[in-house]
Design a protein around this ligand. Structure first.
Ligand code: UDP
Length: 391
């Protein structure tokens, strides 16, 4: 390992409260050993996801404008970005700003954290002649966004850090150097805790309730509609079942929550659903939970699954991409077909009806998480990638 710390520019354009990508970057900023990495954060004006970061202790530069001036955040909207970027000087301004920041901050490596940043940060890195790392956390379906990303990969030749093997496979045709660095979290933050009675009362559940939780942004591909359908069919057999819907919409699809709430009404399960919005007390909410459900379509990873496992909770997820690499099916949780409400309902009934099995699965999940998904392992792997791209 080098004796001089790497000066790494982390580039993230998000303005909103953030999702897994921002959580993962916050972990890197918190846990990077300053003798090995000196981080410089290049971010957006008013970035809300930086809420608990003491910016005085971190070198930062604003390189992206606030959300309103730079809209469109879904994982498939790069096509429109590209049209804007190729035409509008406004969209290229971040490239100039990033390039200036790389020079002023004497950066050694550029590490981009979102799809937009892979493009804009990637161009800036290449103009500045700096090694480029794309931290890829998405699986793009065939379409404009994917084509743009592949085209830019050909020009900028990033070293890809893929959050799962499924993510790496999805970008294989770009033929970039790739390292799979499985997602990770500081597991002890989620260590099992006694349920908090006050919190339970505040969110309207009883100690005897059987609690299912989904912790995910409210966006169609996360599969909340299938979950509500499945939950409605579970209730007649498990009348004490309650569903905590934890997470919120991005500002660009803010009416999606209304759509889901209407669906719960139509399905007749609304009284048993608690809409909690975005929460910062995930550890405490996990302590109140019996089973965590993540019904998403083609989930690239699913950090919430490892948070649940760290908290000794069994999980139900879809048998796709990331969850296949995280969940030991039958041992730490159950995997079901995406979009199959019947299978999902059966899995929920199976675990709610057999608390001993659910508990055993939760304990096995914690052990698996300790072996594979702790942040210290991720940091060691990243240091190795930094060494590789600079040598
Ligand atoms: N999260 C949170 N509060 C919420 C909903 C989600 O803190 O109300 C966190 C969650 O604990 C996890 C991240 O957001 O750390 C979501 O990451 P994941 O990989 O599961 O999904 P992504 O948002 O990246 O698609």
């Amino acid at each position: 390992m080098t004796s001089t710390p790497f000066r790494v520019a982390y580039v993230d354009h998000a303005c909103d409260i953030g999702g897994g990508a921002q959580e993962a970057l916050l972990d890197i900023l918190r846990y990077a050993d300053r003798r090995i990495v000196q981080p410089v954060l290049l971010h957006a004006e008013g970035a809300q996801w930086l809420r608990d970061v003491d910016l005085n202790t971190l070198e930062t530069r604003v390189v992206f404008p606030a959300a309103e001036a730079f809209p469109g955040q879904s994982r498939d909207d790069l096509g429109s970005l590209w049209r804007r970027a190729s035409g509008a000087a406004q969209s290229l301004q971040p490239v100039r700003r990033i390039r200036r920041a790389l020079a002023e901050c004497r950066v050694d490596i550029v590490h981009t954290n979102t799809l937009k940043c892979h493009i804009l940060g990637g161009l800036a890195a290449r103009l500045a002649g700096k090694p480029l790392i794309w931290d890829v956390r998405d699986i793009l379906e065939a379409g404009a966004a994917r084509s743009v990303l592949l085209a830019v990969a050909k020009r900028t030749r990033p070293h890809v850090v893929a959050m799962s093997s499924a993510v790496a496979d999805s970008l294989a045709s770009a033929r970039c150097e790739t390292t799979v660095v499985l997602g990770a979290r500081p597991l002890d933050k989620y260590s099992p805790d006694a349920p908090d009675d006050q919190l339970r009362a505040a969110i309207g559940i009883e100690p005897t309730d059987k609690v299912l939780s989904v912790i995910a942004r409210l966006t169609p591909w996360k599969g909340h509609t299938t979950l509500l359908e499945a939950f409605a069919s579970v209730l007649p057999q498990e009348p004490a079942a309650r569903l905590l819907v934890i997470g919120d919409t991005g500002f660009w699809e803010s009416d999606y929550r209304d759509t889901l709430e209407r669906l719960a009404e139509q399905l007749g399960c609304a009284d048993a659903v608690r809409w909690l919005g975005f929460r910062e007390d995930i550890t405490e909410l996990l302590a109140l939970t019996d089973v965590v459900v993540l019904p998403s379509h083609n989930e690239p990873f699913g950090l919430v699954l490892i948070e649940a496992m760290a908290a000794n909770k069994p999980v139900i997820a879809t048998n796709t991409a990331g969850p296949l690499e995280i969940v030991a099916s039958g041992a730490t949780g159950l995997l079901v077909e995406h979009g199959d409400a019947r299978q999902l309902a059966d899995a929920m009934l199976e675990l709610l009806g057999d608390p001993d099995r659910a508990r055993t699965m939760g304990q096995a999940g914690r052990k698996r998480a300790e072996k594979l998904f702790d942040i210290s392992r991720l940091m060691q792997q990243l240091y190795g990638v930094y060494e590789t791209v600079t040598s």
